[in-house]
Design a protein around this ligand. Structure first.
Ligand code: THU
Length: 128
């Protein structure tokens, strides 16, 4: 399994970031090879901004795909280190991204950290 660097970069180019100018892209890969893109979308009311990871996951659900089919997640930003997902996105990934899916955090220097939902959010909230 490799990260989907070019697809994440494509997603990053779709970001709407007039306030932070910090563009983030997320590429979800499904088991049949389908790629779902997500970018961060900001708002003048700053707290309403949506991160790339959640944009991608909400798009996947909205388009009728099954999150159980996700095999990898690649997240990219122009950061000094492989981009670290925020707490809210970790919780959403914990619920929707399968435990065995590969999560690749990267940046424009192509530095990569491979991780997983359990590593990003141990003891995450679940409603039973
Ligand atoms: N952001 C993401 O899209 N994903 C992350 O993992 C971290 C932060 C966005 C939110 C906001 O639009 C910008 O980056 C700066 O915080």
């Amino acid at each position: 399994m490799k990260m989907n660097y070019q697809e994440a970069l494509k997603a990053m180019k779709k970001a709407y970031t007039p306030y932070s100018h910090f563009n983030v892209g997320c590429a979800l890969e499904l088991k049949d090879g389908t790629i779902i893109h997500g970018a961060n979308v900001e708002n003048a009311s700053y707290g309403l901004s949506n991160c790339a990871e959640r944009s991608a996951l909400f798009s996947l659900i909205s388009q009728g795909y099954d999150p159980k089919d996700i095999v990898s997640v690649t997240i990219i930003a122009n950061d000094s280190q492989p981009v670290s997902p925020c707490g809210a996105c970790r919780q959403v990934m914990h619920e929707l991204v399968p435990k065995d899916a590969k999560i690749y955090l990267t940046n424009l220097k192509e530095e990569v950290k491979e991780t997983s939902v359990e590593e990003l959010l141990p003891y995450g909230f679940v409603l039973k």
